[in-house]
Design a protein around this ligand. Structure first.
Ligand code: NAP
Length: 220
């Protein structure tokens, strides 16, 4: 499965403020680029932290993209994928809207009641791992369900685990011309961080978009 990470960060590397509320870091040109990138992928993934903080729908905005997907025999919107070990996804979350399919990657220890509620709300569950979602196993299960390309939109906790498990092929990051600051504000890659074997990137392109820069990397 090909995995691309896409996120927008401030010039000081923050995805959001210490309040973890959604911040407008990019602009209309970048939103259109992100919509097009979503449309190219079979599935779009975030961590439960992002679902709880932003309540994103993760669906496509531009009808031209949904039409193009229909013409090539794909569902109009990519499948939404959530990493949620303890099934904390609210049953009324936007990611569970009927607009698109939703897969929740969870653990074998996840509460049974919550599993039933979320399945009733239309989600498909993949169980991988015990304490936290085992991402390599979850990704194999996604592959076997026909997900050949996955776009991951964050946040920093999930991204650390993905880079740590060497599951990412490409990274696109929009660097907005603002500073957010704060030691507790989420950054592009959080988790416990790396102290050795730092993931190496090859810079493929730099382009000016809106009032910021889009950096595109291949992950070695
Ligand atoms: P996150 O990465 O979205 O979700 C992290 C959660 O995912 C973990 O706490 C964990 O909760 C769950 N998870 C399940 N399996 C995991 C695994 N193997 N490794 C890591 N996590 C796993 O949350 P976040 O880091 O708090 O980021 C949320 C913030 O990022 C929000 O402020 C949001 O606005 C911001 N954000 C910004 C952008 C952007 O482009 N600027 C994009 C996305 C998000 P459980 O253990 O309970 O499962």
């Amino acid at each position: 499965m090909h995995v691309v990470v896409n996120a927008a960060m401030s010039a000081d590397g923050k995805l959001s403020s210490r309040r973890r509320e959604q911040i407008s870091i990019s602009g209309p040109e970048d939103f259109a680029r992100v919509d097009a990138l979503r449309a190219e992928n079979d599935a779009v993934m975030v961590g439960i932290g992002t679902v709880l903080a932003d309540d994103p729908s993760l669906t496509l905005d531009d009808q031209e993209h949904t039409e193009a997907r229909r013409r090539r025999g794909d569902p109009p919107h990519p499948t939404r994928v959530i990493a949620d070990s303890n099934l904390q996804t609210p049953p009324d979350a936007e990611v569970l809207s009927e607009t698109a399919e939703t897969i929740i990657c969870t653990t074998t220890d996840a509460p049974v009641d919550a599993a039933a509620t979320l399945e009733d709300a239309g989600a498909t569950l993949i169980r991988a791992g015990t304490d936290r979602v085992n991402l390599p196993i979850a990704f194999e299960a996604l592959s076997s369900r026909g997900v050949d390309s996955l776009m991951v939109e964050g946040g920093g906790e999930l991204l650390f685990s993905l880079f740590d498990a060497a599951l990412v092929n490409r990274l696109s990051v929009f660097v907005g011309s603002i500073l957010i600051g704060g030691g507790d504000a989420p950054t592009l890659v959080d988790g416990r961080g790396f102290v050795e074997d730092f993931p190496a990137l090859t810079l493929d392109s730099v382009s000016r978009i809106d009032e910021g820069a889009l950096l595109e990397y291949t992950v070695e």
